[in-house]
Structure formats: structure tokens, C-alpha cells
Design a protein around this ligand. Sequence first.
Ligand SMILES: [Zn+2]
Length: 340
Amino acid sequence: MMRAAVLHGPGAPDAFCLEDVPVPPVGADDVRVAVQACGVSYRDVVERNGTYKRDVSFPLIIGLEIAGRVEATGSDVLDLKVGDHVASKAFSSCGRCRLCRSGRETTCFKRRPVRGGYAQYVSLPQDAWVRAPADLPFELICSLGPGAGVALNAVRDTARVQIGEWVLVTGASGGVGAPSVQIATAMGGRVIAISRSAAKVDFLKSLGAEHVIVAREGENFARQVKALNGGWGADVVIDTVGSRTWAASFDALAVHGRYAVVGQLFGEEISINPARIFFKRAQISGVGSVSRVQLEDAIDLVARGIVTPQVARVMPLSEIAEAHRLVEEGAVAGRIVVKP
Ligand SMILES: [Zn+2]
């Protein structure tokens, strides 16, 4: 048996029941991991409170940002062995379809969601796991997929930042924003960070931002951006906020600029005269989730000190209700991590 935080139905943060349940079995394609750390994401919050219903049935153990040690492997598992340190992707994919075979596994039609990190053990298909160096703390690597992994997807693989380009990052101190600042800087970009908080200026400069613009929500910061480089603007926008920074960010986009849409924190629509897209010769790209290669490379960037994950608090699994309250209220900057 193992200790787990089990949901018997959707509900408030105190819906979790700490129970002893059977250790999950290991199928031929599975790897069972002794969980050492699990990030609490907003996805967990919406699965717990009933907003997110896809593939959800109860009783359920959630938690998708998992890091731990391999404890057992199925007969078809070749690349991982007992004792390896691993971190999870947000999904496992089939590995055989044309999307998987062309580096686009995040949209594999047969992908399966990862869950089960709020427990001592979790068993998942081998494709869900990526190996990590043994000397990296588990609480630093558990949440890399949705943080630095997505940032790498956006900055390196979607926007393809070039040395010397101006890179505007919105929501720059957030979970994707902060690693985007670090990765764009490492790639030779000149980063302009947008933040709502004057208290974040020093932090963002420590990550490598050349300029930090403090803007109120909805404020149009485009003129301030263009004042920094003779009216040119941003060659690349990494937009982790969405609707509320869209208008200013698109105004700030330079001609021939690339606009990577990474996040949408609010539900509103945006509007644009399509002519503005071709007048600027703009490219607008959607960025979603993380491939295996991107997660492997994100782990490597942490190992080399190029990306520094922000962990706000490490709490025992027994305090999962409090952890969910904090995340749902947006009361912390950086990830909350639970340890079973
Ligand atoms: Zn596939």
C-alpha cells in the first residue's frame, strides 16, 4: 500500500482524502516511480474543482508535474533503469504516428494525460518520463515541462530568436516568462521585460533583461518599447499573458516580427484589423506544451545554471489542501511543490 491524496469527486481544496491505496501495477510499457516532488499547477486546480473534465473520472489521484526515482520497469522498457532520476512530461504520446515521428508529439491524437503525482508511487508509460541528472534537486526539475520547457519551445523552436534581436517578454516574472527571459538572453537576444510590479525590476534584470518596463494591466507600453531602440520595436514577442497584453504587444512588434502566443490568462476575445498583420509582414504562432526533446534540453539548461526555476514553497503532501488554496488564490510567485 501507499499514501496518496485521493479525490472522490470535484470540490474545494479540502476535497482531498489522504488514504492508503494499492501501489499501482507496472504494465509492460510502464515505469513506476517513487515520487520525490510534485508541482502544484493551475491545471491541478481546475481538475480538482471540476472545471476541467476531459478524461477525468473519480476516484482520482491528480498531479502531473512529477519528479522521482525509477522503482520498477516493465518488460518493454529499455531506456530507463531502477534508480534513475526522472521528470514527467504532461502527457505520453504513441511515438509512431506521423506527428510523433516529426517532432510534433504534443498534438499526437493518441496522447494520454499524466496524473498521479500526489502519491508515493506512480506508474506511467515510459514515454511520459525523461531522465535527469542525479545531482539536481527533485523540487527544481518536477515543474520544468510547463515552465522552462514551454519557454524553450517558444523562444528557441517557435520564434527562433537570433543574436542581437529585440525580444519582448510579457508576464516576464511568471512561470514561463522568467525562463523565457533567461533563454532569450542566452541566445543573444536583447530582452525587454514587461511586468506589472516595480518590485520585480531587479529580479528581471538579474535574469538578463536589458530593459524592464513596468506597465499597469491594459496599459499600452508600445511607445516605451519603441523609445528604447529608435522606433524599431520588438523583433520577437513572447506573450505569456494573452488578451490583456495583445494590443500593446502587437503595436510594439517590429516589421517582419514574430509573435509567439504562449498564454491566455483571461477569457476575453481580442480584435485586430487583419491588414495590420500584412502591413507588418507579421508571423503569429501558437506555442503549446513541451516535447520530449524540449524537456530534456530544459533539464540540461537547469543543470548548467542557464535557467533557474523559481520554487516558492516545498510542503508535505499532507498539506495539499493548503497548497491548492495558495495556488488557486494566486498568492505565491513561483511553484509550490509537495513531497509525499
Ligand atoms: Zn503519436
